[in-house]
Design a protein around this ligand. Structure first.
Ligand code: FAD
Length: 415
């Protein structure tokens, strides 16, 4: 039976970055990925903070060389209101720009970069079972090319299987999520946007004129194409339009937002739309004997602030640091070293996601007289620096947000 030091399930961003970080510290790492790359994935607008982990994993030169669209912020539109946040004008230290990426290519680059640094990355290998004790793990793996199964022993397993949620399912770790069932319908278009006021270096989040819980993303790429999606309460998205296919449904919802429809008036809709629902997920715990859960294999909140890849890479960094010390012989308290620090940022994003759908964070975003310092603090969070507890909007997100929304309401009422 094959025996490895660390086995990682999944070669998405969480798996590839964790693998490279551990390899760079001298560990033997095997990554098992059930698909072949390149493969499509949603999650194309990155935050600035996540590049710090890509850099530490030795992957930045390859990512920079790929020619992805640079991104320097996020723009929000609702009726005639428009506001934007520039990530370079932020409270926290760290990069102020990032990229909008076609994930098939981006994920392939990260996996290739992990392999280049000595990680053993194997495709079409599906993890189907596992047993875990404090001494190590025994995984059941099926080779999808031959159909044969084998067992692989590991001192530690990192589950980075994303929506596959391998260990959450196998070890009964799934927990109901406190986010309502929402749905996304999305596609790629050749955008043909000619309006020079349109800022290709920002994601555009547009809010539906009447239903504030329904919003759209427009993520420009560097090749004249955009990722386009609509998100909202699943029942409402399905019900209010007379649609016959996801393409039809998406077109109707885009048509219902006049500004977005105008921006995309010359777009060529050349790619079938996809729908994805029930993506929010949670687990009872993030680690156990000889395993830890990374990225979407653990928690996923909501796409609205493009936080998924950043949370995934933060989890990779925290887990790789803790695991390196454990493998060197130190006793590690995974709650203190991994779960608690990770949840600082996850809970910050959660507060803003909830505030977004309740409307309070939308009021803050669209408030025109925001003080520059407060705007810098919010910009920091939107740029992914949700773990910087020097930022008052991270340290106490729910209360600060409510206070700020109150100020916006009062001052709007006075004017
Ligand atoms: P993944 O990228 O999903 O990778 C997991 C890998 O594990 C896959 O390649 C899979 O094949 C493999 N795998 C699964 N099961 C097995 C198995 N049994 N054996 C072996 N391998 C297995 N995030 C952003 O940062 N920006 C965005 O703009 C954004 N937009 C989003 C829009 C929507 C509608 C949704 C739903 C999510 C969005 N996200 C976004 C979130 C983003 O998609 C994820 O957070 C991110 O892809 C997580 O990366 P990961 O490495 O954890 O998992």
């Amino acid at each position: 039976m094959e025996t490895r030091e660390v086995v990682i399930i999944g070669a998405g961003p969480a798996g590839a970055v964790a693998a490279a970080l551990l390899r760079r510290k001298g560990h033997d790492v095997l990554v098992l990925e059930r698909q072949t790359f390149p493969r499509f994935s949603i999650g194309e607008s990155l935050l600035a903070h996540c590049l710090e982990f890509v850099e530490e994993a030795g992957m930045m030169p390859a990512v920079r060389a790929a020619g992805f669209q640079t991104k320097n912020g996020a723009a929000f539109a609702w009726g005639d209101r428009y506001t934007d946040f520039d990530f370079r004008e932020k409270f926290s230290p760290g990069p102020g720009t990032t990229f909008q990426v076609q994930r098939a290519r981006f994920d392939q680059i990260l996996a290739d970069e992990a392999a280049r640094q000595g990680v053993d990355v194997r495709f079409q290998q599906e993890v189907t079972g596992g047993e875990f004790t404090s001494q190590g793990a025994l995984l059941q793996v099926r080779d999808l090319t031959s159909g044969e199964s084998e067992r692989i022993q590991a001192r530690f397993v990192l589950d980075a299987s994303g929506y596959g949620r391998v260990l959450a399912r196998l070890l009964d770790l799934e927990r109901p999520c406190d986010m309502p069932a929402r749905k996304a319908v999305f596609t790629h278009v050749e955008d043909r946007i000619t309006d020079d006021r349109f800022d290709r270096e920002k994601i555009l989040i547009s809010v539906h004129p009447q239903h504030r819980g329904i919003w759209y993303w427009l993520i420009p790429f560097s090749n004249g194409r955009c990722s386009l999606g609509v998100v909202g309460d699943a029942a409402l998205l399905d019900k209010t339009s007379d649609w016959t296919s996801p393409d039809d449904m998406l077109k109707q919802w885009v048509h219902a937002e006049p500004n977005l429809a105008k921006v995309l008036r010359d777009a060529v809709w050349d790619t079938p739309a996809n729908a994805l629902g029930g993506y929010s997920a949670a687990v009872k715990r993030l680690h156990g004997p000889s395993f830890a859960l990374l990225g979407n294999a653990a928690e996923f909140l909501d796409p609205v602030f493009s936080s998924g890849v950043t949370i995934a890479l933060k989890s990779s960094k925290l887990a790789a640091d803790a695991l390196h010390r454990q493998l060197r012989g130190e006793k590690i308290d995974w709650d203190v070293e991994f779960a608690q620090p990770l949840m600082v940022g996850v809970d910050t994003f959660r507060a803003y996601v909830q505030g977004w759908y309740e409307g309070v964070f939308q009021d803050v975003v669209f408030y025109e007289q925001a003080q520059p310092e407060i705007k810098r603090m919010i910009s920091s969070i939107l740029a992914g620096y949700a773990w910087d507890t020097d930022n008052p909007f991270v340290a106490d997100p729910g209360r600060r947000l409510r206070m700020l929304a109150q100020i916006c309401h009062t001052s709007a009422a006075i004017q």
